[in-house]
Design a protein. Structure first.
Length: 191
């Protein structure tokens, strides 16, 4: 077999392999992501001050799926999220800190935690860290806001846990935020 023909064969089998693998990957993204998450996920804490109680919602139709919107209310039940401090859910490195003009995220921070794990914080009023910064768990990274280039929204924190590029069902302080779940949770970050 000459070298040229061998190269052609290699190219052909690479194409075949991709064609076989792709349907499986598309068919089972959700099962795959929740299977993988159990062993290697960092211990994520709520991204808020110790003792603060926030209402989280992984609501149906949320984009992207599995993300949590966090809201805070005063004693009378009125929203008082605006300007509240946001803290890193776990330690890591800031991979992105930007205002998105092409998505609904507005002011956005993405932190990398290793092993393919990331957290994203969106609609921020202000950003306190820059790309390349190292952050510890509980370090302040910004403030809650309603920034968005696309949507007219009320202040809240949009929060995602991402594994290998896919947003997955979040686990926060041991609570699994299944799709459709809305509940209150109290922060143990910075305690
Ligand atoms: Zn959201």
């Amino acid at each position: 077999m000459n070298r040229h023909f061998r190269r052609l064969l290699a190219a052909a089998s690479a194409v075949a392999a991709v064609a076989i693998v792709t349907p499986t990957a598309v068919a089972a993204p959700e099962t795959a992501s929740s299977d993988v998450t159990i062993t290697s996920r960092p211990t994520f804490k709520m991204p808020f001050e110790c003792g603060q109680k926030w209402r989280g919602s992984n609501w149906n139709g949320h984009s992207p799926a599995h993300a949590i919107d966090w809201n805070h209310y005063d004693a009378n039940g009125n929203p008082d999220d605006d300007g509240r401090r946001v803290f890193a859910s776990a330690g890591g490195k800031v991979l992105a800190s930007y205002y998105s003009t092409t998505s609904g995220y507005g002011n956005t921070i993405v932190i990398g935690h290793g092993d393919g794990w990331r957290t994203r914080y969106a609609h921020l009023k202000s950003r306190g860290v820059a790309k390349g910064d190292t952050v510890k768990v509980g370090q302040r990274i910004g403030r809650v806001g309603a920034s968005s280039a696309i949507y007219n929204i009320s202040p809240h924190l949009h929060y995602e846990q991402i594994h290998n590029g896919s947003v997955v069902v979040s686990v926060v302080q041991g609570v699994t935020w299944e799709d459709g779940l809305t509940r209150y949770q109290t922060s143990k970050n910075r305690c």
